[in-house]
Design a protein around this ligand. Sequence first.
Ligand code: GLN
Length: 539
Amino acid sequence: MGSSTKYIFITGGVTSSLGKGIIAASLAKLLQARGFSVTIQKFDPYLNIDPGTLNPYEHGECYVTEDGAETDLDLGHYERFLDTPTSQANNVTTGRIYNNVITKERKGEFLGKTVQVIPHITDEIKRNFFKLGEDGQFDVVITEIGGCVGDIESLPFIEAVRQAKWDLGQNNFLVIHLTLIPFLAAAKELKTKPTQHSVKQLLEAGIQPDILVCRTEYHLPQEVKKKLALFCNVQLNCVIEAMDASTIYDVPLLMKKEKLDERVMSKLKLTSKTNTDLEQWKDFLGRLKNPTQEVNIGLVGKYVSLPDAYKSIIEAFIHAGAASECKVNLTLISSEELHADSIPKKLEGLDGVVVAPGFGERGLEGKIEAVRFVRENDIPFFGICLGMQVAVIEFARNVLGLEKANSTEMDPDSPDPVIGLMEDQKNIELLGGTMRLGSYPCELKKGSKAYQAYGKAKINERHRHRYEFNNAYLKSFEESGMFASGINPDTELVEIMEIKNHPWFVGAQFHPEYKSTVLTPHPLFVRFIKATIENKKTK
Ligand code: GLN
């Protein structure tokens, strides 16, 4: 481990979904604003090697990093807050830990020893805890432990945290426990007991939290803080209130007010490298909270009952909206409920439509009809990954007259496979980690909407898909007004399709949403919002 790197571990208690990721990202932001280089990693207790094969209904969106790792959506928050890229090393699951240990065992690396949870699994966990701190690149590594204290499956992680304290030594190790202080309406009281219990569980595992961050709907009176300090064995000024916020982007400022960064720095013996600089962040919040206009955008997809499935897209609209001081009212529309006759009613009143990424056939026809409607009615359209593929299928069917055009994902026997697998992909049988993943270069055509948005020709964007535009059809598409405005210069794969005579119709094979951050809103989202504002004006 890097000797000067400080390690902060964040555990959660009482219930899941308290927002450990946001607290981790907010603390990291505050430390970054004081001149420290910080990274955040997440350790997830489930047995999947990565979340790539998880249904978004189970676990929300799968976030993809530059190096093509399929990761937990909290990594998206880390990047959006810090504006620095994460990688595979920032997300480790129990599945990956066991896989590593078992692979070593098969290679005979344990010299005839019995391989056990302690020390072999915990050693492997710690090796991964310390990886990002090894080269001295980071002053602080924050580790979020997924799940709740007391869960059977997170025990080895908690045990590894206990051991890490001794490996790291004094002033290099800190535990923050995130917990909930519920308000009982009948008793009109904030209750500390669940927190006492979850801290007891941590203590049983040998871990004394240094700081408690308490999620609450109401301000914590001083007596409540005192009680928590007394029963949980923490300093009174280390009981930090985390009130519900109107936007997650307020949380760094709320944590600053509560002096979370100062407590952390004093416990880790860190001295600020610079004065706290949050000016740009505050500018963003100012624009976000004082919009001068608003637009209505429909997001058509199949996972609409769980908005977390589209987390990065939703956040990218918040960033892009703020850039134009525009409130974006995003409505999630289930593609399964869209039919040719219901579409005008469902989509009227929208200033722009996005067709979301996705897998499988369900809801495909509804998406195709939605694209037809916006193409024919000059409504701004933004297709993302599957959304771009749907736009291509729609154009093939309704403009080129190829009635049975399809993606071979939906119809392997389509006579016109306008979207299909590349030759070298056709023999792949595994599903996990077999997609085109991560960052690839793309070259934009001058004069296109995409070029206008980025303001340059060479870009890199992240991918997560198997199927591609079939270049055998490119000429007929281009002759009829839909052209490739972005091409991968190495492989000739089509990355962006646009329609010429339309106010704004852009489909991207990649996922621009993964690269949108608070301080660098994504140019395609920004331009799309501008197009929807224009569209609204001309109505
Ligand atoms: N299902 C499509 C593919 O695999 C699109 C994937 C996506 O939208 N991420 O190519």
